[in-house]
Design a protein around this ligand. Structure first.
Ligand SMILES: Cc1cc2nc3c(=O)[nH]c(=O)nc-3n(C[C@H](O)[C@H](O)[C@H](O)COP(=O)(O)O)c2cc1C
Length: 188
């Protein structure tokens, strides 16, 4: 049987991004029947509706990966109390043109890391609101808000905080269950 193909999208382009490290941790914690392929936002230009009928190659490639995925896992920082513009930008591209929303129906889950104490919640709730517009089923619990990230990853970017590792395991199982129930609901 083919393994379930999860697409992991990191909202940060930073080389040593904690959110990228969180997705690497998820790769290692994933059940055997699934793979998590990480996709970066590098090279995606700013959305221009004039180009939505003939998008740039990088956007077409990104959309192709979404369509090929069984589920989506977002890991994003919070920038100024919301999600980073780069992530919103790629969400907008892949939702267009009207009637060709690549996100529609894709089971999804959200996690995120911040260097602050209370960061992330505002970005995650903004992202959840956007997923409603995109018509994406999303895992409700657990919510993974990794505060004080600098204390939870070691110098090599390995997630060392055991409670967070447990939460990520739970989130992945919930995402796989959501994918299964969504597939059954549409008769797949
Ligand atoms: C433009 C900008 C805005 C930020 N705003 C917030 C914020 O609103 N809340 C927060 O918790 N952290 C904020 N931060 C700090 C991020 O939590 C921190 O840079 C984090 O490491 C970014 O995630 P990354 O490691 O995956 O790149 C901000 C950082 C930047 C660059």
């Amino acid at each position: 049987m083919d393994k379930l193909n999860i697409m992991g999208i990191v909202g940060s382009l930073r080389k040593d991004s904690y959110n990228h490290f969180a997705l690497k941790a998820a790769q290692a914690l994933l059940p055997d029947d699934a793979v998590l392929n990480l996709v970066s936002l590098h090279g995606i230009p700013v959305f221009n509706q004039d180009d939505e009928m003939s998008p740039p190659t990088a956007v077409l490639e990104f959309k192709r990966k979404i369509l090929a995925a069984d589920a989506i896992l977002f890991a994003t920082p919070e920038y100024n109390y919301s999600l980073p513009g780069g992530l919103k930008n790629v969400i907008d591209w892949a939702s267009r043109p009207y009637g060709e929303n690549a996100w529609q129906g894709k089971p999804s889950a959200i996690m995120g890391a911040s260097i602050g104490n209370f960061g992330i919640a505002r970005a995650q709730y903004d992202l959840r609101k956007i997923l409603v517009a995109l018509d994406m089923p999303v895992v409700i619990q657990p919510e993974i808000m990794i505060g004080n990230a600098a204390q939870k990853f070691d110098i090599d970017g390995t997630l060392t905080d055991e409670p967070t590792r447990q939460l990520i395991r739970k989130l992945l199982v919930s995402l796989l269950n959501l994918e299964k129930s969504t597939r059954h609901a549409i008769g797949g």
